[in-house]
Ligand binder design. Structure first.
Ligand SMILES: NC(=O)c1ccc[n+]([C@@H]2O[C@H](COP(=O)([O-])OP(=O)(O)OC[C@H]3O[C@@H](n4cnc5c(N)ncnc54)[C@H](OP(=O)(O)O)[C@@H]3O)[C@@H](O)[C@H]2O)c1
Length: 248
């Protein structure tokens, strides 16, 4: 028998935003640690690509747009009781203050903040969490540990979800349910390549990282695995920086 306090053996874990980047890596790594994963996102083709890379059996995939209430209802109806929930789906839009508009702000808050709140709430209401379940939120260093030019909408959405995570951790502790967040710096995913980001900007930005590189999606997935596993049984309400030292 091999000793592994980080094992997710048999733990049923729902991962949102699993068709790309951090969510995809988290789904694959969780399956390697023994979890039965339920993956969800909007894009069927990319979700299938994730599904094909899962190890083991008993996994499930559900196409859903988390901002559509009917999709959220269908998702909740389709899932069994969960040992873990990773609220990971998210978007970014970089705009200087004077160009902020209601449409973009509502869109960012909808996906990054409201959706994890309501998905978590519905799972509670429908008794979808097992005893000792662990909920992990994909937050960011942005808005919580540091700020950067043009990212006020994104940073407020992430600061808000971190605040919700701490309140939920206190409120759900008596049920044995833990809530934590991971707070990554720049991670090499499609998200950071959207928008106006030149090679020169990237090179200068990487210089600000003491470890002189951006992170890989798996490096966040490993932090999420720790928070989902029994190794973190006494950890709740924590914001775990995974940032190559950029906030030092
Ligand atoms: N990459 C970074 O540097 C970084 C740093 C800090 C925090 N984060 C956070 O980490 C999380 C994952 O980011 P990532 O870099 O992996 O981004 P990504 O590669 O762009 O993936 C985002 C995921 O969210 C899903 N998604 C977006 N809108 C959705 C919606 N309305 N309904 C359902 N799913 C939706 C996308 O799936 P579909 O398009 O298939 O729906 C996709 O799977 C985000 O919350 C992000 O803010 C990322």
């Amino acid at each position: 028998m091999s000793y592994n306090p980080f094992s997710l053996d048999g733990k049923i874990t729902l991962i949102t935003g699993a068709s790309s980047g951090i969510g995809q890596a988290t789904a694959i790594e969780c399956s390697k640690m023994g979890a039965k994963v339920i993956i969800t996102a909007r894009n069927e083709e990319r979700l299938n690509e994730t599904f094909a890379q899962l190890e083991g059996d008993g996994h499930q995939k559900i196409i859903a747009d988390l901002t559509i209430p009917e999709d959220l209802d269908r998702l909740i109806e389709s899932i069994p009781q969960l040992d873990g929930l990773v609220n990971n789906a998210g978007v970014i839009k970089t705009l200087p203050l004077k160009f902020i508009n209601e449409h973009d702000l509502i869109n960012i808050l909808n996906i990054n903040t409201f959706t994890p709140v309501f998905l978590t709430q519905r799972c509670i209401k429908k008794k979808k969490f097992s005893k000792k379940a662990s909920i992990v939120f994909s937050s960011s260093v942005g808005g919580v540990y540091k700020v950067s030019l043009g990212n006020s909408m994104y940073e407020m959405s992430k600061n808000a979800i971190d605040a919700f995570m701490r309140s939920a951790a206190l409120e759900l502790a008596h049920n044995g349910i833990r809530c934590n967040s991971v707070n990554p710096g720049m991670i090499e995913t499609p998200l950071i390549h959207r928008g106006t980001y030149s090679e020169e900007d990237r090179r200068k930005d990487i210089e600000k990282y003491p470890l002189k590189k951006y992170g890989q999606p798996q490096e966040v997935a490993f932090g999420i695995i720790y928070l989902l596993s029994d190794a973190s049984a006494w950890v709740t309400g924590t914001s775990l920086k995974i940032d190559g030292g950029v906030t030092l």
